[in-house]
Design a protein around this ligand. Structure first.
Ligand SMILES: CCCCCCCCCC(=O)SCCNC(=O)CCNC(=O)[C@H](O)C(C)(C)COP(=O)(O)OP(=O)(O)OC[C@H]1O[C@@H](n2cnc3c(N)ncnc32)[C@H](O)[C@@H]1OP(=O)(O)O
Length: 163
């Protein structure tokens, strides 16, 4: 049977200061709370968008697929560098933080509403600070979108200076 749950997600262990992303921050009450984990050597994010994310009645708005691809990318890169650094979710280590440098999405088929979407990622290191995720989004067995996301380790300029 198809698995529609991510048991251990990298977003669950982001430090609170980095858990506010609209797509994947667990502390953003208005956000999507996307969660990304390993499924063997691939990364997986499961998401069933709310009815309001409609493009054409019965079909999803493409921007919501891009959001899924975006946060699936940051989560996947974080998982991969965390593992490369010798860590796994649950060992107490803080994961690396990534931002999206580029996002390319190809909308291949109309995507039905009201079914769980599964983003599947293949992660590749370009440079220790720069990673690429090739992602596919499936609605049930149909490949509806694919894309490439390039992620860069978050520069210090993103850190809020409260002092
Ligand atoms: C903890 C989790 C936090 C959750 C966050 C969720 C975020 C959700 C996703 C988003 O929406 S992120 C928000 C949207 N994205 C942005 O706002 C990013 C805006 N863009 C930028 O800030 C910069 O353009 C960006 C950081 C993406 C890239 O900047 P650069 O063009 O300077 O980076 P570059 O790609 O050249 O290299 C990055 C680093 O890798 C190094 N590098 C990359 N490739 C290399 C190579 N081949 N050889 C040598 N060095 C290389 C490069 O030197 C550099 O290291 P340093 O910072 O130490 O100098």
């Amino acid at each position: 049977m198809e698995k529609f749950i991510v048991e251990k997600a990298i977003q669950d262990i982001y430090p609170d200061d980095f858990a506010w992303c609209y797509g994947c921050g667990r502390l953003n009450k208005d956000g999507h709370h996307l969660r990304t984990g390993w499924e063997e050597e691939k990364t997986v994010t499961i998401f069933t968008p709310d009815s309001k994310y409609m493009g054409i009645p019965g079909f999803l708005y493409g921007g919501i697929l891009a959001s899924l691809m975006d946060c699936h990318g940051t989560g996947s890169a974080s998982l991969a560098l965390h593992r490369k650094n010798g860590h796994e979710i649950g060992d107490g280590a803080e994961p690396p933080r990534f931002v999206t440098a580029s996002l390319n999405v190809e909308f291949l088929k109309p995507t039905p509403q009201h079914v769980p979407l599964k983003a599947v990622g293949t992660v590749e290191e370009i440079h220790p600070k720069k990673w690429k995720v090739d992602a596919e989004i499936y609605a049930e067995d149909t490949l509806c979108a694919k894309g490439t996301v390039v992620l860069v380790v978050m520069p210090s300029t993103f850190l809020k200076n409260d002092g």
